[in-house]
Design a protein around this ligand. Structure first.
Ligand SMILES: [Zn+2]
Length: 156
C-alpha cells in the first residue's frame, strides 16, 4: 500500500475558494421565492464535501497514475441536460465596471484589457493571456515569430 502524494497549497486554496463560492451562491437562493433554499446546517455539511471533491479531482488530474486515471474515469460526465458552465453575473459585472477600457497592445496590436493598476492582458478568442507571442497563436497559423517572447500586453 502507498499513500497519494500530499495536496499542494494551490489545490487546498482552490478547494476552499470553490466551496465558499458555492456556499455563497446557494445562500443567495434564499431570496428567491421559487427556490427551496438549504439550511445553514446543510450548507455547513456541503462545504467540506465540495472542497474535498475539488481537491481530489485536482490532485487526480495533476498526479498522473493508474489510480488517478481509474478515479477520474469512474466520475460520470455531467448530464447533457446541464448547461455549459459560464462565468457568474456578479463576476462579469465587476469586470465590466472595474477593468479599464479595451485598447490595443503597443507590441502586437491585439486587443488588451487592464486588470490592475499596471497589469494588462490580451483578450483572445480562447481566453486571456499576458504574453504577446502566446496571444498571437492560431490553430491555422501557429505563433507570430516576429513577436519577442518577453513582450507582454502593454497599452499603446
Ligand atoms: Zn501584445
Amino acid at each position: 500500500m502507498s499513500e497519494p502524494p500530499p495536496l499542494s497549497g494551490t489545490h487546498k486554496l482552490f478547494g476552499a475558494l470553490v466551496a465558499r463560492g458555492v456556499r455563497n451562491r446557494l445562500e443567495e437562493l434564499r431570496g428567491d421565492p421559487l427556490e427551496k433554499p438549504l439550511t445553514d446546517d446543510q450548507l455547513d455539511r456541503l462545504g467540506p464535501i465540495v472542497a474535498g471533491t475539488v481537491v481530489t479531482v485536482l490532485h487526480a488530474i495533476d498526479t498522473p497514475s493508474i489510480v488517478s486515471s481509474m478515479y477520474l474515469e469512474a466520475i460520470q460526465p455531467p448530464p447533457e441536460t446541464w448547461d455549459q458552465p459560464e462565468l457568474l453575473d456578479d463576476y462579469v459585472y465587476l469586470w465590466r465596471e472595474m477593468a479599464g477600457p479595451d485598447t490595443n497592445c503597443r507590441h502586437c496590436d491585439l486587443p488588451i484589457i487592464q486588470t490592475g493598476p499596471r497589469r494588462w492582458i490580451h483578450r483572445t478568442p480562447d481566453g486571456a493571456v499576458v504574453g504577446c507571442r502566446a496571444a498571437s497563436y492560431t490553430a491555422a497559423g501557429g505563433w507570430n515569430d516576429d513577436l519577442a517572447r518577453h513582450w507582454k500586453a502593454r497599452p499603446a
